[in-house]
Unconditional design. Structure first.
Length: 920
């Protein structure tokens, strides 16, 4: 940049800019930063200035953004489904000026020489070679190599300024161009990125975070155009490839998918899952036979009985569908797997037909995160294939294999499927540190057809621009509760899983019948909502987003390069090694096999770890047994595996995984040595769906379901609770039981009487040591004498198990729902997953008979509860539970009892200003 020296980054040197940027991150500017990025998108096609006829080459086109003008108010054109945005233009301007003032303090203008280590004056960020060589990345790595490989480092930048250069501007060699003035927040250096061709239409505003896949010159400039380089907006937001692909049809649905976790169980979706499991089992066999697949189909059914029960599907019909699909699967194995005759696959008109043979199956259902590209996904199968071109040459390729079981194989569906495969090549290039992954296979079971997908640069540009647009839309929704416009297509919207939530949000944020495009359907879904309902939903939605943003800071730590945390001892991650004496074991006690791995701290030798001396350095006790965790490596491999903590002590962390731990690309012969040489990072999985569940609970409160209507009147409209005014009848067996308990004091007896008299709800406040748990045990027994069904819930597993163990001692029958690792050993025998249930009918019978069920508040959408309703819900430790979390279990019961002490236990939240609790 003219007049600005570029200072070399240092991983060890401390810069004053870091403190300035930390101060900025913790300031209220965070709100204005992302609200400023919320801009309306035009719905027209790519206009003049698009790159080289891209619209003729690629189906993945994205609408252009509004042209950015520094003189315009930053919130110009922003709408919130018909309502005004929360921040005014003056606030945006002030926030931007404050930001720029702080940035001035973060940049040193002292003249320093360019780092001599950069040959030719090139500053490399992301890829290290010319991206023109490949549509995805640039250097090819030998897939057979077992040499340890470091993950490529990358930096993210803060966008300081966005300007546009047009014809006649002498300061720009290409036009039109959108010029981004960037700050490397880690080292305080400035760069500039010129977005040309299609990229000119990117939606980028000051305050956004971007990463650049490409090279910077010694002047700190990088050009992203039709031929080279990529820019990723908000790379810290990992979006699934499936979500990006589906957003072309309805961006609003994709945003709702990201924000809401639905509790619907679909038979078609379940069938797809079961067919995937059978097909993938065959992929792992050297010579899969019909007998093997039929036997595995039976095992798949047994392992998914709970989901079949939730969907209302029968084993007989489901088994028939699986058996009917086996001949097509066998035909695919015979045509493509090692030892078979190579089969011709059409890779499109540019590549033509090629013969393909799958020579090695690397993994199935492989979880992959790619922070450089802002993507994540689960790949059906990762394979090495031998490809023979028409010219006679052959080569081995790492590629994804995507398996589709539905009947839609053309049109919009086919485009989305191809987009998935293309994005999975990016994920695999990151996971396998192999930039030569530029093709994949797409197998349609319905037509028994396999297509080859070759990545084209034009397709990749369209997909990444759509990914960037979607990231901005998701963040816009989280900061201003503003969503993309409704699709306004009755035929598509009627069958959408988000129809109720979508229409409620549209109404609450100022939409009407005309803007919905759904006519009477819209009115029927939302006409019951009042202004008070609108305000309640918006208020709590905003508070959930505030809590989610606080949690997002922790999520980003997993994705940051290691050197970002190296300056602070408190923030530096701990690393662990596999215990070589007890590398791993297999637990087959549950329905699904679990792989158990033991880790010790890097500096703690396994010999010493066997002794638990008091002076031994303790492990990370911010982790606890039952926590979901993500395993990464010091070498930069992000999210190698995920699982849960089975046990944690002063010497060991024992992790339970659903699959064998492996390094991507590692040879099976050297796998054990590779795992033991790695330093492992174990992070709590903050990418859980708890916030999506909270939002779903909240919006469902405003649906027209009868149970939700009653709860809404109590919680939102604040109707007074009703109690049995006639008193309790002496012949009531519950009352007789309470009177027979001489161990109860007066307060405990009054509490039990209040619970029995309640028609809507009762609140029980108990100080420490007052016997709340003891009282609740007798409350459960009293209600059972009336023949009532009871849901026992709390936020923590320990609270539920503590109550259930006391009930078990009293001879009360119950079912405990939860993950095997999170449930107390004394209660696991009451988990349905550990019993010998062999049919859907057996599950149905058991769930109809049982009167007491225990589950955490966030576990109430378990398949076993899909058809279960309760007379009473008892929520223990209610003072710890926020209102949106508590709504889930309360919607399953006719009345509820909240038990706790909000003065005793701290709220389980992270924001400075605590949320309001239903209990208080």
């Amino acid at each position: 940049l003219p007049g600005m020296a570029l200072h070399p980054c240092s991983n060890t040197e401390k810069h004053s800019s870091l403190e300035a940027m930390k101060k900025w991150h913790s300031s209220p500017l965070g709100l204005s930063r992302c609200t400023a990025s919320a801009r309306n998108l035009s719905v027209c096609g790519i206009g003049p200035g698009g790159g080289d006829g891209m619209e003729d080459q690629s189906p993945f086109r994205t609408p252009p953004s509004l042209p950015y003008s520094f003189t315009e108010p930053l919130n110009a054109g922003i709408t919130c489904d018909g309502g005004p945005d929360q921040l005014e233009a003056g606030q945006h301007k002030k926030a931007l000026l404050d930001l720029l003032d702080q940035v001035e303090d973060a940049i040193t203008e002292e003249e320093l020489p360019v780092d001599a280590g950069n040959k030719g004056g090139q500053v490399t960020v992301g890829d290290s070679t010319d991206s023109r060589c490949s549509p995805i990345a640039n250097s090819s790595l030998n897939v057979e190599s077992n040499k340890p490989r470091e993950a490529p480092s990358f930096d993210s930048f803060l966008v300081l300024e966005v300007s546009e250069k047009h014809k006649g501007d002498s300061s720009c060699d290409r036009y039109p161009a959108k010029v981004l003035r960037l700050l490397n927040e880690h080292c305080g250096k400035e760069y500039s990125v010129h977005l040309c061709d299609e990229w000119f239409h990117s939606t980028v505003v000051p305050g956004d975070t971007v990463s650049v896949i490409g090279e910077f010159s010694d002047q700190g400039k990088c050009t992203v155009d039709h031929d080279s380089n990529l820019v990723i907006v908000h790379p810290e937001l990992l979006i699934s490839g499936t979500r990006v692909a589906s957003s072309f049809h309805c961006p609003r649905r994709s945003v709702l998918d990201e924000r809401l976790k639905s509790n619907e169980y679909s038979t078609s979706a379940l069938m797809g899952t079961l067919l995937h499991q059978v097909f993938q089992a065959g992929l792992l066999e050297d010579v899969p036979s019909r007998q093997f697949l039929e036997q595995h189909a039976k095992e798949v059914l047994l392992n998914n009985l709970e989901s079949l029960y939730a969907c209302g599907a029968s084993e007989r019909s489901t088994h028939s569908i699986l058996i009917e699909a086996i001949p097509k699967m066998l035909n695919w194995y015979k045509s493509f797997m090692k030892g078979s005759k190579s089969t011709n696959v059409d890779f499109g008109h540019t590549e033509g037909r090629k013969t393909v043979e799958v020579t090695e199956m690397m993994d199935i259902e492989e979880m992959a995160w790619a922070p450089r590209y802002g993507l994540k996904g689960i790949i059906d199968a990762s394979v090495i294939s031998r490809v023979n071109s028409c010219g006679g040459g052959s080569y081995d390729k790492v590629m994804p294999l995507e398996f589709k079981t539905g009947k839609s194989t053309s049109g919009q569906s086919a485009m989305e499927h191809s987009a998935q495969v293309i994005l999975y090549t990016l994920l695999m290039s990151e996971r396998y540190l192999n930039t030569d992954i530029d093709m994949g296979l797409l197998y349609y079971l319905h037509t028994d057809q396999t297509l080859g997908i070759k990545v084209k640069r034009s397709d990749l540009i369209g997909l990444m621009m759509r990914r960037n647009e979607l990231a901005s839309e998701i963040l816009k929704a989280s900061f201003s509760q503003s969503f993309p416009a409704m699709l306004q297509s009755p035929s598509s919207c009627t069958g959408c899983r988000h129809l109720t939530s979508c229409t409620i949000y549209h109404k609450v944020h100022g939409g009407n019948t005309a803007t919905s495009g759904l006519g009477d359907l819209f009115d029927n879904l939302v006409n019951h909502l009042s202004v008070a309902h609108h305000n309640f939903l918006k208020h709590w939605d905003r508070l959930i987003d505030l809590e989610a943003r606080t949690s997002q800071v922790k999520k980003k730590e997993i994705l940051l390069p290691l050197h970002y945390n190296s300056g602070s001892k408190s923030s530096a991650p701990s690393f662990y090694v596999l215990d070589m004496k007890n590398e791993h074991s297999v637990d087959s006690s549950g329905k699904s096999k679990r792989y158990i791995y033991n880790f010790v701290r890097e500096k703690m030798q396994p010999e010493a770890a066997g002794h638990s001396e008091p002076q031994a350095e303790s492990l990370d006790f911010n982790l606890k047994s039952g926590d979901c965790v993500v395993l990464s490596t010091q070498s930069g491999r992000i999210a190698v595996a995920n699982g849960s903590i089975r046990d944690i002590s002063r010497s060991h962390i024992t992790v339970s995984l659903s699959r064998r731990l492996r390094l991507p690309g590692s040879s099976s012969l050297l796998e054990q040595g590779d795992l033991q040489r790695e330093l492992w990072r174990i992070d709590k999985d903050e990418f859980s769906s708890s916030f999506a569940t909270m939002r779903f609970n909240l919006v469902q409160l405003f649906s027209q379901k009868p149970q939700n209507t009653k709860l809404r009147k109590l919680v939102v409209d604040l109707e007074a609770p009703r109690f049995d005014s006639g008193g309790l009848f002496s012949q009531d067996p519950a009352l007789s039981y309470i009177q027979s308990l001489t161990s109860l004091n007066n307060d405990q007896q009054r509490s039990l009487h209040k619970i029995l008299a309640a028609k809507d709800y009762a609140l029980i406040l108990g100080m420490p040591g007052t016997g709340k748990t003891y009282t609740m045990v007798h409350a459960v027994k009293s209600l059972l004498m009336r023949g009532e069904s009871i849901l026992l819930t709390s936020y923590t597993n320990s609270a539920i198990d503590n109550l259930l163990m006391k009930l078990k001692a009293e001879g009360v029958d119950f079912i405990r729902i939860g993950r095997h690792e999170a449930v107390h050993p004394d209660v696991r025998a009451n988990c349905l997953s550990t019993t010998e249930v062999q049919s859907v009918d057996a599950i149905k019978t058991r769930m109809e008979q049982v009167q007491v069920v225990g589950v955490t508040c966030l576990g109430v959408y378990h398949p076993l509860l899909a058809h279960k309703k309760f007379d009473t819900c008892i929520m223990d430790e209610a003072g710890q539970i926020t209102l949106p979390v508590s709504l889930g279990p309360l919607m399953l019961a006719t009345k509820f009892v909240l038990v706790g002490d909000h003065y005793q236990l701290p709220p389980l939240i992270q924001v400075t200003n605590p949320l309001v609790f239903l209990f208080t």
